[in-house]
Design a protein around this ligand. Structure first.
Ligand code: COI
Length: 399
């Protein structure tokens, strides 16, 4: 494969990249000479340096990486390239580039290591049946990172820079994007306070990184319904805190409850609000919905619950399908009484809940082919995988 940038003469505002390659595409069933173009608004110099790095002599041009695609779980697997871009406090990000995937160097005194000044994002690239690479609403991840960065006093990439970085990372790691229907390439953007601090203050320097790994189902149950335990002692977030943004610091505190629940055979933990210990917040890695008498409800996000992009998409899809969807305070009694419960998230997609255990009592829910959650899962993933027309303009074609 030859992937070589051909720079448009005007080169600064509008850069055209043209890929010409000859390869066997099993899903398309033929050898093809593919010639595709796309435009970006990135300065030519940024793109050029990115591609220079990506054109290393050790570049592997196989159509697919040597992976057993049928056994993908949600585990880290190093891929070929990662994207990085730096910025000083008070400046703007510029000059990002692709490098071979590898370890990064950080001072022990880096802000992220000492005071947790860090954010992450998660989004997926799917390979469609026509072998296009599709991203799902990447601008929403970019905006969410900007909101989080504002909360943690960090500079953030622009939406265009973020999306550009994600596209470059996926393209450079294309051979790691699973075949259609076998999974996705999970893309993990990070924004880290990399500069040194000793007293508590924003770091003087920041790094924006994007790496990726091929993934399958998030839960070990695969697509089978999961079993949740309501956590009654610890809480994930507090009013005025950072539960609503995707800071790295929101995740380690759930591990203790999660590990204890897993030891008892549960899949994951459902957190309640920290004031009343009564209203549902979210599961460690995803948002939660319930269905009762044909009405769908999900906890209102009011600063303590992550504004999930899958959550927002499912609300919209369900409303389009004619369901009433309420964003409101949802009590633990409401969920006990529900007909169906399901979780949503980028990694999780739409996961049906088989049971919730609260105060030692296990409550069961409707699951299976006829469940509303199954229909929502199918509707969402059909868009994400390019199986149906994307009337909402949610998918971004990389090629
Ligand atoms: C995602 O769903 O992308 C997340 O970031 C959750 C993470 C715990 C895997």
């Amino acid at each position: 494969m030859v992937a070589r940038p051909v720079l448009h003469p005007s080169s600064v505002v509008c850069t055209m990249i043209k890929f010409v390659r000859s390869s066997y595409m099993p899903q398309c069933g033929l050898f093809q000479l593919v010639s595709r173009s796309f435009f970006t608004s990135q300065p030519a110099s940024t793109l050029q340096s990115a591609y220079e790095a990506a054109s290393d002599s050790d570049r592997n041009d196989d159509e697919y990486a040597n992976v057993n695609w049928d056994e993908l779980g949600f585990r880290f697997m190093p891929t070929d390239y990662m994207y990085s871009m730096k910025c000083s406090l008070g400046d703007e990000f510029s000059q990002g580039k692709l490098n071979r995937y590898g370890n990064i160097e950080l001072s022990p005194s880096a802000g992220v290591l000492n005071y947790g000044q860090g954010l992450f994002e998660g989004l997926k690239a799917h390979r469609s049946k026509g072998c296009d690479l599709l991203l799902f609403r990447p601008e929403e991840n970019a905006r969410r990172m900007q909101i989080g960065a504002e909360r943690l006093c960090m500079p953030s990439p622009s939406v265009d820079q973020f999306v550009h970085a994600v596209k470059q990372t996926v393209l450079a790691n294309k051979r790691w994007v699973p075949p259609p229907g076998k999974g996705s390439l999970y893309v993990r953007p990070l924004l880290l306070g990399s500069g040194t601090v000793l007293g508590l203050a924003p770091a003087p320097e920041y790094v924006f990184l994007v790496y990726a790994a091929p993934v399958g189902n998030y839960f070990k149950e695969g697509l089978s319904p999961i079993n949740l335990l309501v956590e009654e002692e610890s809480h994930r977030a507090t009013p005025g805190g950072t539960g609503g943004v995707k800071t790295i610091a929101n995740y380690a505190p759930v591990l203790k409850a999660q590990i204890q629940a897993k030891k008892k055979g549960f899949t994951d933990v459902l957190f309640l609000d920290s004031v009343n210990n009564k209203y549902l917040e979210e599961v460690s890695s995803c948002n939660i919905f319930l269905l009762k008498d044909g009405v769908i409800s999900t906890p209102l996000t009011h600063g303590t619950i992550l504004e999930g992009i899958t959550r927002a998409s499912i609300i919209e899809i369900a409303r389009d399908l004619g369901y009433q969807v309420e964003e409101r305070l949802v009590s633990v009694e409401d969920v006990i009484d529900a007909d169906e419960v399901f979780c949503t998230g980028t990694a999780v997609v739409v996961a049906p809940v088989n049971s919730i255990t609260y105060k030692g009592q296990r409550y069961h829910y409707n699951v299976g082919a006829a469940a509303v959650s199954t229909m929502l899962y199918n509707s969402l993933t059909s868009i994400q995988m390019g199986l149906v027309e994307d009337k909402k303009g949610w998918t971004v074609h990389i090629e």
